[in-house]
Every structure is written in structure tokens, then in C-alpha cells.
Write a protein that binds this ligand. Structure first.
Ligand code: UDP
Ligand code: MG
Length: 158
């Protein structure tokens, strides 16, 4: 299924000068960039985004870290993009994530772990709506899609 997923480049990714390196991983994989912008996360946005974690003891620290600098939110599109990006991201804890994954290659932390990536069709839809306004996610023909996918896998939009 053609999917869109949300990726957040966390503050450490900006501070460590890894924005280009991390986005190049999605580019070389063949994912299509559908939206991208820099934003400052707020209390309200984070309490919604991390609703499953607000009661955890580490949440205040996580929230502070996520608000330390602006972040870059990205929407990438592709066949099964949600699971593809989760696989590229690797396990939550960078010390446990396998080499070759983003967290496995760039993170030593269970919290400062480079990116957020949506984990299901439902969360991706809710997260994209939370972080992107109308007109900020784009439909366009990806000229190279015929070289990325087989004809019976994907037909580019006309
Ligand atoms: N996190 C943390 N301590 C934990 C679990 C998670 O600080 O024990 C942070 C970490 O930055 C993680 C984020 O909370 O990326 C969201 O947690 P989730 O379990 O949803 O992991 P993810 O989907 O990011 O792999
Ligand atoms: Mg998660």
C-alpha cells in the first residue's frame, strides 16, 4: 500500500550536524519527500504526540530534550513507507539497535535517538495531521519511480 509517514529529526540530529546524513538515507532508499519544515515543539504538541508516555518517569526529561532546539518534521511517501522507515530507524534504544540502522549507527542512547518515526497507519495519519497544515504536504510525480518500483508494484500518478 502507498503510505505516508512522519519523521521528526530530533534536536540532537540538528546539533550534531546530521540533518543531511539522515535525510540522505531516506533519499537513497527511494522514499519520496512529500513535506518538510522546521518547527519548535511545544508542551501541547508533545503531550499529544507522546500521549502514551506522559505518565512515565522519564517524560519530563524527554519533553525538555525535544524542546531544546527546533526540530525538522518530514513526510515521506512510498510503498509500505511506515514499516520501511521503522526498519531503517532500528530499535528505540540506540545501544541495542542493530548496526546499519539509523539508531544503531548514530545513537548511544535510549532517549536521544536521532529520529521519531510513525509506527502504524493510524498513528501516521494522526501525526501528519498534528504537524502539517493544509497545503504543506505535496502530491507530485516522482520522476524516478519507474526505476525504484516494478510496473506491477506502483504506477506513478499522472
Ligand atoms: N523514550 C525514553 N525512554 C524510554 C522509552 C522511550 O526516553 O524508556 C523516548 C525515546 O526518545 C523514544 C520516545 O520516547 O524514541 C518514544 O518512545 P516509543 O516507545 O514510542 O519509541 P519509538 O517509537 O520512538 O521507537
Ligand atoms: Mg513511538
Amino acid at each position: 500500500m502507498l503510505e505516508r509517514t512522519l519523521i521528526i529529526l530530533k534536536p540532537g540530529t540538528l546539533q550534531r550536524g546530521l540533518v543531511g546524513e539522515i535525510t540522505s538515507i531516506f533519499e537513497r532508499k527511494g522514499l519520496q519527500l512529500a513535506g518538510m519544515k522546521m518547527i519548535q515543539l511545544t508542551d501541547k504538541l508533545l503531550d499529544e504526540h507522546y500521549a502514551h508516555l506522559v505518565d512515565k518517569p522519564f517524560y519530563p526529561q524527554l519533553k525538555k530534550a525535544m524542546m531544546a532546539t527546533p526540530v525538522i518534521v518530514c513526510c515521506y511517501e512510498g510503498l509500505e513507507a511506515i514499516s520501511v522507515v521503522r526498519t531503517l530507524a532500528g530499535a528505540t534504544n540506540g545501544r541495542k539497535a542493530l548496526p546499519g540502522t539509523i539508531r544503531g549507527d548514530y545513537s548511544m542512547s535510549g532517549q536521544r535517538n536521532i529520529i521519531h518515526a510513525s509506527d502504524s497507519v493510524e498513528t501516521a495519519a494522526a501525526e501528519l495531521k498534528r504537524f502539517f497544515g493544509p497545503g504543506e504536504i505535496f502530491d507530485y510525480t516522482y520522476a524516478t519511480s519507474g526505476f525504484i518500483y516494478a510496473d506491477d508494484e506502483y504506477k506513478p500518478k499522472e
